[in-house]
Design a protein. Structure first.
Length: 445
């Protein structure tokens, strides 16, 4: 039921300090034209448990909080109106309508700051180890992107040219993870798979998500929608309940289940999300070849102002900021990017929109707010090399997996899957060797 935000909002403002009154009243003005809901949540999400942030009082200084907010998580003032940084505390809105504040107390200085509560361990804080086992005891979660198999076409991550081998991203990412895992274990890592088969991790079905799809369509203003679309070429399929339910199935429910596994079962020190990039191939049955291919690696960050108006995304951003995931992600992303660039020879990808920013000085590493790198409660590095529908990568995929080298597209080349897997191993080996020996200056070869 829709109602005005003013009665509850004004009652809440009574008796608060003038400075807080001005801040909350400004937020009310920003959102006065919006419908008044107790929470604004992303699809299939429960209300966040803000009490979890109580453990972070006195764990971060004002300067560090402001730096991470401005440089990594909410550049360009994206948090204005929902987070106010004061001298000794940050005032965060838990809900916008009505505005309900959470106050985080800052540490007086870095020396007096309390230990950061978190389940994962920074690699640099782990004990020194033998040169031949730089990953000894490091818990790594490999997350092969997408689902693959019979679900690849639904995901929009499958195409085929004539009678050629079908290109399914989920199948390929799982193969890369399977090739990398034994080599990581040989270096001492404790490796877990977030997905170990070309099948959904989520217990939901598409049909079970139809009610949620109808709700989302109502919020988007799509009225009188058809239930089902008429095949993959139906020009109005994006306005059907079926299409929205499918997207909730593979883009939302699936990743939330993977996040639950990471949080409750695996509890890794680092998660590596393995993907192949690709451009729009238009018709899956007659795909276009892309003119170029490139490489980039992502860490979490660059929340937009609108994203931070979702209560769950605002909470999840703060949880990542306060656990200091960013520094650990950057420490792993740079050597992974270098290893991939060395192995592939690919140039860096460049974002031109506002949904990503460069993370530090590395030209290959970007900060972007993706569901997986936001809700996996550990440092996450997200890999996007190659281009599945570039002519060269397509030819290499058609050659399949093999040992050694074969002539592909007029040149002797390794299996693209082994090249990718070995680059992951090399990047993680470099990261762990450097991080665990940085204090002594002794880096294993």
């Amino acid at each position: 039921m829709r109602r005005s935000i003013f009665p509850q909002g004004i009652r809440m403002l009574c008796g608060v300090p003038p400075r807080l009154f001005r801040f909350v009243f400004a937020v009310l003005l920003v959102f006065v034209c919006r419908a008044a809901f107790a929470q604004r949540l992303s699809p299939l999400v429960s209300a966040p448990d803000w009490a979890r942030l109580e453990a972070f009082h006195d764990t971060i200084t004002r300067a560090e909080f402001q730096r991470l907010l401005d440089k990594a998580y909410a550049p360009g003032g994206a948090a204005a109106g929902v987070i106010e940084v004061r001298e000794n505390e940050a005032m965060v809105l838990k809900t916008l309508t009505p505005p309900e504040p959470f106050v985080l107390r800052f540490a007086k200085d870095a020396k007096s700051a309390k230990a950061v509560p978190r389940d994962w361990r920074a690699v640099s804080a782990l004990p020194r180890t033998k040169a031949e086992r730089p990953l000894d005891g490091v818990k790594i979660a490999l997350d092969p992107g997408h689902i693959g198999g019979d679900w690849a076409l639904m995901e929009g991550r499958s195409f085929q040219r004539g009678q050629d081998r079908s290109v399914r991203e989920g199948d390929m990412t799982l193969l890369v993870a399977q090739l990398a895992a034994p080599k990581l274990r040989a270096l001492g890592a404790e490796v877990s798979f977030v997905r170990d088969a070309n099948a959904p991790a989520s217990p939901f079905t598409v049909d079970a998500l139809r009610p949620a799809a109808r709700k989302e369509m109502q919020l988007l203003g799509i009225a009188a929608a058809r239930e089902n679309y008429d095949g993959p070429h139906d020009p109005q399929k994006r306005e059907t309940v079926q299409w929205h339910a499918e997207r909730l199935f593979y883009r939302v429910a699936e990743i939330h289940e993977r996040a639950r596994r990471v949080r409750e079962k695996i509890r890794p020190d680092l998660a590596v999300c393995i993907h192949f990039n690709g451009t729009d191939w238009r018709d899956p049955e007659h795909p276009d070849f892309a003119e170029k291919e490139d490489l980039h690696v992502m860490v979490n960050g660059c929340f937009s102002a609108d994203e931070l108006r979702f209560d769950d995304q605002r909470f999840e951003m703060l949880l990542r900021l306060l656990t200091r995931s960013h520094a650990e992600e950057l420490a792993a992303a740079a050597p992974l990017a270098k290893a991939l660039a060395d192995a592939t020879g690919l140039p860096p990808f460049t974002y031109f929109g506002g949904n990503a920013v460069r993370a530090g000085a590395d030209k290959y590493v970007w900060a972007r707010n993706l569901l997986a790198n936001r809700i996996f409660e550990c440092p996450v590095v997200y890999l996007e090399p190659y281009c599945m529908n570039s002519e060269l990568t397509y030819a290499r995929i058609q050659a399949g997996d093999y040992e050694g080298e074969r002539e592909v597209a007029g040149k002797m080349r390794r299996s693209i899957f082994r090249e990718y897997a070995d680059a992951i191993v090399a990047g993680l080996r470099s990261h762990c060797a450097k991080s665990r020996h940085a204090q002594t200056g002794s880096v294993p070869k």
